[in-house]
Design a protein around this ligand. Sequence first.
Ligand code: NDP
Length: 330
Amino acid sequence: AREIRLAARPVGEPKPSDFEVAEVAVPEPGAGQLLVRNVLLSVDPYMRGRMSEAKSYAEPYRVGEVMWGGAIGEVVTSTVDDFQPGDFVLHNLGWREYAVPQAREARKVDPEVAPLSAYLGVLGMPGLTAYVGVVDIASLKPGDHVFVSGAAGAVGSIAGQIARLRGAARVVGSAGTAEKVRYLKEDLGFDAAFNYKDAPVAGQLAAAAPDGIDVYFDNVGGDHLEAAIGAMNQYGRAALCGSISGYNATSPPPGPRNMFRIVGWRLRLQGFIVTDHYNRMRDFIAEAGEWVRSGRLKYAETVVEGFEHTPEAFMDMLSGKNTGKMIVSL
Ligand code: NDP
């Protein structure tokens, strides 16, 4: 069986030689463990953070360690009563063909209820992130004007739609290609969208949100955050979810130059990490499960085939080749 390890800590953008594929024996499950054959692997931006030595909210990977993270597999052998061969489980052991999770750390997922990939995206961690950010952190109110950056990605595409479904009056998104801008407007029903590569964000945002914004869902940081602070109405709220424009930076990116506006306009900017909010999973699934079933909450996935292409899928996600959730199918 194969597994993919961190071979070297990337400097700037990760490259193929930062990863290595290793051949290992199929592991034997011990008491309380499952043997799982993975079918889907998740590639996520936070994994870039873990590849660096600097301690962040997420523990760094060690060089030589498997790139662990979200994955879904089929139970081959079970040592506990709650799981049977043939069950599908979500676990956190990452980029390997076979995994041996503790049964108590694996969550059963039902392909009859939703396609398995949905548990890594719209109904999984990214979906919950969008929900918590919009509902709890930004305290979205009906009538709010909302801006979402990284809007065509796994989290952003769901965040914009949840804002709308929760009563936002206007939802604006930014993304990095013309096709993504089209997708946001025509397929997801965003009121306006722009390509941040076409012209400075501040001017494009001002045109797309002529009445300003009350809520900003930040996936990008940098220029996007400065532009959003500049566009916010009094008492505006920002949920700071990510800062992907800086993840490959080799020195700290400059901060917004308009911080005093936070004072004058009485703004609230709050960061959050989804792992603190898993107590909201039940509410999220109750509400979003129904939206997905009824077709009111749409989602896209970009699926890359083949275990050996996992690092490429990860690098492609960081450079924007995905629409919706990037997933590897084995
Ligand atoms: P996405 O599916 O959005 O994929 C990443 C996207 O980022 C790419 O598709 C690309 O789209 C965009 N991007 C890359 N570089 C830049 C750049 N320099 N400027 C602007 N956009 C860029 O990933 P996720 O939805 O999984 O994650 C989105 C954000 O949410 C990330 O910042 C992530 O760290 C954060 N996150 C935070 C969590 C939390 O608990 N706080 C939990 C999960 C995610 P494009 O073509 O538009 O450039």
